[in-house]
Design a binder for this molecule. Structure first.
Ligand SMILES: Nc1nc2c(ncn2[C@@H]2O[C@H](COP(=O)(O)OP(=O)(O)OP(=O)(O)O)[C@@H](O)[C@H]2O)c(=O)[nH]1
Ligand SMILES: C[S@@+](CC[C@H](N)C(=O)[O-])C[C@H]1O[C@@H](n2cnc3c(N)ncnc32)[C@H](O)[C@@H]1O
Ligand code: SF4
Ligand code: SF4
Length: 328
């Protein structure tokens, strides 16, 4: 059985973007109230006294937009300071990154994944639901700042939406030729926006690889990631290309992760809502740390049965939480 030692922690369910595939404009979203969110102290207690003792050693901070969380640098510092923390990373939209990148690095964050769905500012703004001054440049500046500060690996996430940004695949892939960046193409999942998804809203990774292979050739990379991406490389390129094929492939047999929401729910599988534990309510109502640990241990033991098994249909299920609430 795969070791489950990687926890994706959502720091906040809010976001400064409205990506079409995640929290589209007009969608009715219910945000957690401040008192429903875990405080820093509660989160750190749960990490140190529950998650680490049951075997989690790798943590990814996500959201919503994690850089909107007040005191995010101090939180990074605190999690990085636990001697058991072997890997601390973040997934961000990069908009607020530039001025804070150095502080995050100095606080102990080493890996960062930044979403960048387009190199064309107009298409970018259309995808993220922006109507004012374009936000592309500020995100690009955030990426450059992270690169300069020394984040390694630096990964760029692209959700591929047919008819919207799939014509940019080669331009995005070309970013890896001269820079040691890792560009990852993610198959769009119908969580959050069924309308945009339509009959077949995703382009398969196999299809994308064919297009890239035709242009430059493509080899399987020796580098293995920590997660679901299959890693390839344009021959001679400095960086790599990752393909996250959650619609066309099953990588659940190598699943190593759980998710923890900003309001304290532990979720054993992204695509299956079974078995979630409300650790915040339990903690606040005085359930002992020992009992919480046992509950999480039990969830780890039954996770293989919960892991998503409905992939054959080529769709997923229906979900009560959006990607922004789950943390991707
Ligand atoms: N189905 C499924 N998709 C996942 C899982 N983990 C990540 N993804 C998808 O991959 C996207 C990008 O994830 P990231 O936040 O960049 O993290 P990652 O690729 O796991 O990170 P690394 O630790 O750098 O490998 C997510 O938004 C999801 O769409 C998973 O366990 N199951
Ligand atoms: C929910 S976001 C949270 C972190 C941050 N706000 C960001 O966008 O990077 C995490 C990841 O989920 C991806 N994502 C969101 N909705 C998705 C969907 N419907 N299908 C596939 N990936 C999705 C985003 O592209 C992003 O890479
Ligand atoms: S994908 Fe990230 S940036 Fe886009 S709306 Fe969702 S949480 Fe915000
Ligand atoms: S769908 Fe569930 S079991 Fe499969 S890789 Fe993602 S989180 Fe793990």
């Amino acid at each position: 059985m795969n070791q489950v030692d990687y926890l994706r922690i959502s720091l906040i369910d809010r976001c400064n973007f409205r990506c079409q595939y995640c929290m589209p404009e007009g969608a009715e979203l219910e945000y957690a109230l401040k008192q429903q969110l875990l405080s820093d102290a509660e989160l750190l207690t749960l990490i140190q006294e529950v998650f680490i003792p049951v075997g989690f050693t790798r943590f990814r901070l996500t959201g919503g937009e994690p850089l909107l969380r007040p005191g995010v640098v101090d939180l990074v510092k605190a999690i990085a300071s636990f001697s058991e923390t072997q890997d601390l990373s973040m997934t961000t939209n990069g908009f607020l990154l530039s001025p804070i990148a150095k502080n995050l690095y100095e606080a102990g964050l080493r890996r960062i994944n930044i979403s960048l769905d387009s190199l064309d500012p107009d298409i970018f703004d259309q995808i993220i639901g922006n109507h004012g001054r374009s936000r592309w440049q500020q995100v690009w500046d955030g990426i450059q700042a992270a690169y300069k500060v020394g984040f390694n690996p630096l990964k760029l996430n692209v959700v591929v939406i047919p008819g919207v940004n799939d014509h940019e695949i080669l331009d995005l892939a070309a970013l890896t030729i001269d820079k040691q960046w890792h560009v990852r193409f993610i198959e769009f999942m119908p969580i959050g926006n069924w309308q945009l998804f339509g009959d077949r809203g995703w382009v398969s990774s196999t299809d994308l690889r064919q297009r890239i292979r035709k242009q430059w050739g493509l080899t399987e990379s020796q580098i293995r990631g920590n997660g679901p991406a299959d890693v390839f490389q344009i021959p001679g390129a400095k960086g790599t290309l990752g393909f996250i094929s959650q619609m066309s492939e099953c990588f659940c047999d190598r699943c190593n992760r759980m998710r923890f929401s900003a309001d304290g729910w532990l979720r054993p599988c992204l695509l299956n809502e079974t078995g979630q534990l409300d650790l915040k309510t339990a903690l606040r109502s005085g359930v002992s740390i020992h009992q919480l640990r046992e509950q999480v241990r039990h969830l780890l033991a039954i996770k293989p049965e919960i892991n998503f098994k409905g992939r054959d249909s080529g769709t997923t299920g229906t979900y009560s939480r959006t990607m922004s609430q789950i943390g991707g």
